[in-house]
Ligand binder design. Structure first.
Ligand code: AMP
Ligand code: MG
Length: 409
């Protein structure tokens, strides 16, 4: 199958994305989930006029001229506290004890803080030491939110503020998008899991750890995960399981031109429809994308940098869509040094961005081999250069994909 352009590859993938179903989960389990419905204010907030301070509800006009030297006496007619509104009415010359969060008693139009009075233990007559303004220390019904206001949009990733707001308005069971279920596998006779000793020629499997972390960050759930030998039967066994249970299968390695690269053959043998195999890009040319009736299938390269960047460029956006999140996109930055472009391939490198004089500046990492995963340690972005003939040098514009969990320096 011929090599296709990056833009074509993205277009083909777009045409196969499916949105997932919704499910209801308890508000306790919503952290990191994506809202699948709008959250609407079911009542105004505050829901009723209430006191912002502990003190006395009064008629402001009664306190005119009050001072420590010439206090004004008011008759205490009752107590209202948060949760116990009672049926106190404050008439002229009267006051009621009124605590923070308690409904303002009928007739009152201001709160005098307890510090500006003779206190709760004053008996039937309370001395007021300070003139009150009408409306003072009263939180008005609806001053924050009106009934029916849109509080949180569909597609919002739920964090602390959303959880608090949903609870404020009484939401208990929340509609979220179902997490895509993923099967991840790595192939290679040389691969050993961390924690074991390495024999000559062996290396540790890093890619499944990369993938699982990225999948989790993107809001997916890894159901199956395995390191598999370069063996067709072992691949078939894993995939038979994966295809029945997962929305997406992602592999690393074994899709290149090596003698023992069986992954693509096995995909096809199991009825996966191939949509493309090689993409005009560096690193990560041998990229497989296919689907069957239940799953999207990505065969990413084995080299760790290619696997990492391939996931971010191709799989991450799909997971954003499948989980109902808004798409992240590349942004423009100014190169601080030259960037190696290619005449026919899109070129990716890990890089760093920082802001300087109101501009976003970027530079690629020094290590540029697709096997050099430590090049990602200092990186906060992936720099993307379209194919072209013109050399990219310091001062030129280029596109970067910020790694969402990193910060711009
Ligand atoms: P392949 O695509 O299978 O030819 O692998 C390309 C390179 O990536 C080889 O050097 C592999 O040893 C290496 N590689 C493949 N899978 C992994 C993995 N899971 N973790 C680390 N390196 C890998
Ligand atoms: Mg291999």
């Amino acid at each position: 199958m011929a090599m296709i352009l990056v833009a074509e590859a993205h277009k083909i993938i777009e045409d196969h994305i499916t949105r997932l179903a919704r499910e209801r989960v308890s508000i306790n389990d919503t952290e990191g989930r994506v809202l699948a419905a709008e959250i609407i204010a079911s009542f105004p907030q505050p829901r009723f006029d209430n006191s912002a301070m502990d003190g006395f509800a009064v008629q402001a006009s009664d306190t005119k001229g009050a001072s420590i030297k010439s206090p004004i006496d008011l008759k205490m007619v009752g107590v209202v506290s948060a949760g116990s509104p009672g049926d106190v009415v404050v008439g002229t010359g009267q006051c009621a004890q009124c605590m923070t969060g308690a409904p303002i008693p009928q007739g009152a139009d201001a709160i005098v803080i307890v510090e500006d009075s003779s206190g709760y233990e004053s008996g039937p007559e309370v001395q007021i030491y300070k003139e009150a303004q009408e409306g003072q220390h009263i939180r008005r019904e609806g001053e924050e939110i009106q009934l029916g206001d849109l509080l949180i949009n569909d597609g919002t990733c739920i964090t602390t503020a959303e959880i608090g707001t949903m609870a404020t308005f009484g939401y208990k069971d929340i509609q979220v998008y179902r997490k895509p279920k993923l099967a991840l596998f790595a192939t290679g006779d040389e691969l050993v899991e961390p924690g074991n000793d390495l024999l000559p020629g062996q290396i540790y499997n890093s890619n499944l750890y990369l993938f699982e972390d990225l999948a989790r960050r993107a809001g997916a759930k890894v159901i199956l995960k395995n390191v598999i030998k370069d063996d067709q039967d072992a691949l078939k066994t894993f995939l038979a399981n994966a295809f029945g249970t997962c929305d997406m299968v992602i592999s690393s390695g074994g899709v290149s031109m090596g003698r023992f690269d069986y992954v693509r053959d096995v995909f096809m043998e199991l009825g996966v429809k191939e949509h493309f195999w090689k993409v005009a890009q560096k690193p990560g040319r041998p990229l497989f994308f296919g689907s069957n009736s239940t799953a999207l299938i990505f065969g990413l390269p084995g080299n760790p940098v290619s696997a990492f960047i391939g996931f971010m460029e191709y799989v991450w956006p799909v997971l954003e869509s499948m989980t109902g999140q808004p798409r992240s996109s590349t942004i423009s930055a100014v190169l601080d040094e030259s960037f190696p472009i290619d005449a026919v391939k899109t070129r990716y490198l890990f890089g760093n961005t920082w802001s300087q004089d109101g501009q976003l500046i970027c530079a690629p990492t020094k290590k540029i081999g697709s096997h050099m995963l430590t090049s990602s340690l200092e990186a906060n972005c992936i720099i993307v250069a379209d194919p072209g003939d013109k050399l990219l040098t310091k001062g030129d514009q280029i596109r970067v994909r910020l790694l969402p969990w990193k910060t711009i320096k």
